[in-house]
Design a protein around this ligand. Structure first.
Ligand code: DAH
Length: 504
């Protein structure tokens, strides 16, 4: 039985179709049913067809005509050339053809192409001249026109021809020439009642005006009391509509920002382009560290250098060379300011946290950034060369490793992951250092690094208190949150993916 309601227009369409023997074109239905416009019919037809009450058969009709009437009165250029060649006794040079045949210089190239394609003439070189010689096929063509030429004549006479009336090969050939024929494609539709449709009509359809959309007027005037109001069918078919929504990466980034803002952190922003000094030297990364090599770091051509000044430069230099005022003995090499002034695309957001602490070394210091970084790395299912890190620091008198681990776990817990592990690791700028892993299927996926800034990093800026620090991958978190297995997916901007990922 019917599990749906039919609208007034749908019923009218069914009835008109029934009186047209169950099969008709939209315009026949429009006339028969006395509709205001054909669009009303087409609209109900699409609903009726989704309900299985009618079928729509679409037929494509192609008609052809000459682009210009004059084309029918003239020979094709290759025929002009063929006649000319014949007049010359079956042999002529290309320059003669160009100058004397009347096809025009511009068309010579195309003409030669068609002569060759139709195999009407042979082209060869003789005494440095390019010549044409008529072939057997060419001679035959003098007596009988080709299918394409015959079709032009037919089109000239008839004006318009249907695809069923034209030679398939000839029309293809003419269409490939662009300036000769027009192709018009029209779609004709036949609407047919299905068995289910006939059944419903047999049972009788009551056609009465109805209200499908309530307006304030209908309520105010009391018209609703008289009229039939069409009930809503919440199970009715409807095409899927995809609303606009934030890009998943952007949305997740906002979630992360919210979490840190709620925990009382201040958001910080610094330029993508940094002197190596802040990206590396200030973080106690030695100048001969492999990560500085071209394979990992993008060095800028413009600007090539960014000046670094102030007494902090000497302090960092001393830390690298001999440990400076710290308890460390440093890396024991000669530190070069030139190297520190090379401009790089920052390779990690740790730049932002050390810079903000350098600008304000007094507690409480709680800063974070969710921002872009760049590395010259091959991309694969878990690596990107442009990626976003969730970076943060806490500077506090009582800060310690337990607090750091607790903080990281709390963050992931807020993001929906309670299965998080840490394990000891190494970074040049932290001691101790650790890596964070989150459960990913049956495995654990590395999410990023963390640690407590070394004295070599904090001392040059007069930072007196321990600094907990972390740098975590945003895209990996997004992978876990969206349940996808390739980190590149969110960057592909595949419409299907963007439409389907859940709104919440
Ligand atoms: N900057 C490191 C990287 O990009 C990640 C990192 C490790 C950041 C430890 C930190 C940290 O702040 O303490 O691999």
């Amino acid at each position: 039985m019917m599990s749906y309601e039919l609208s007034h227009l749908e019923k009218k369409t069914l009835i008109a179709l029934d009186s047209l023997e169950g099969e008709a074109t939209p315009s026949e239905i429009t006339r028969k049913g006395d509709f205001d416009e054909e669009a009303q019919v087409m609209n109900s037809v699409s609903w009726l067809s989704s309900k299985g009450l009618v079928e729509v058969e679409e037929k494509e009709k192609r008609t052809y005509s000459l682009k210009k009437k004059s084309i029918g009165k003239k020979d094709l250029p290759e025929r002009i050339a063929l006649k000319f060649l014949n007049k010359k006794g079956g042999l002529c040079s290309i320059s003669e053809l160009k100058e004397e045949s009347g096809i025009g210089k511009k068309k010579t190239g195309i003409t030669l192409g068609w002569l060759k394609k139709k195999n009407w003439a042979r082209i060869f070189k003789k005494d440095g001249k390019t010549c044409l010689e008529i072939t057997r096929k060419g001679k035959k063509a003098l007596r009988e026109k080709g299918k394409d030429e015959k079709l032009i004549i037919q089109l000239y006479r008839e004006g318009k021809m249907d695809s069923s009336e034209v030679d398939e090969y000839a029309i293809k050939n003419l269409l490939s020439r662009k300036e000769i024929v027009n192709e018009d494609i029209t779609i004709t539709r036949k609407i047919r009642l299905t068995d289910e449709g006939k059944e419903i009509i047999k049972k009788g359809l009551e056609v009465r005006p109805e209200i499908s959309q309530l307006t304030s007027d209908i309520i105010r005037t009391g018209a609703w009391e008289e009229a039939h109001i069409r009930p809503y069918d919440v199970k009715a078919f409807a095409p899927t509509r995809y609303g606009g929504k934030r890009h998943p990466l952007r949305r997740e980034l906002e979630v992360v920002r919210e979490v840190f803002l709620e925990m009382g952190f201040t958001e910080i922003k610094y330029d993508f382009i940094q002197p190596a000094f802040w990206n590396m030297d200030a973080l106690f990364i030695p100048q001969d560290h492999p990560a500085r090599e071209l394979q990992d770091t993008y060095y800028m051509k413009k600007p090539k250098k960014i000046k670094v000044t102030g007494d902090v430069v000497d302090k960092v230099k001393n830390v690298h060379e001999n440990g400076g005022e710290t308890r460390s003995s440093g890396w024991n090499y000669k530190w070069e300011k030139d190297e520190a002034e090379r401009a790089v695309l920052r390779t990690h957001t740790t730049v932002t946290t050390i810079r903000s602490l350098a600008e304000n070394n007094q507690p409480p210091g709680k800063y974070f950034a969710v921002d872009r970084n760049f590395r010259s790395e091959a991309t694969d299912a878990t690596h990107l060369s442009e990626f976003i890190q969730i970076e943060g620091v806490v500077m506090e008198k009582s800060a310690n490793l337990n607090m750091l681990i607790g903080l990281l776990k709390e963050f992931y817990d807020k993001m929906g992951f309670d299965d998080v592990k840490v394990r000891p690791s190494y970074f040049p700028f932290t001691e101790p250092s650790l890596e964070v892993f989150a459960k990913y299927g049956d495995d654990f996926l590395e999410m990023g690094g963390a640690g407590i800034f070394r004295e070599e990093v904090t001392k040059p800026h007069g930072i007196e208190h321990p600094v907990l620090a972390w740098g975590l991958g945003l895209e990996r978190l997004v992978m876990l949150r969206l349940g996808i297995d390739d980190i590149r997916i969110p960057y592909k901007n595949d419409l299907e993916f963007l439409r389907e990922y859940p709104l919440l």
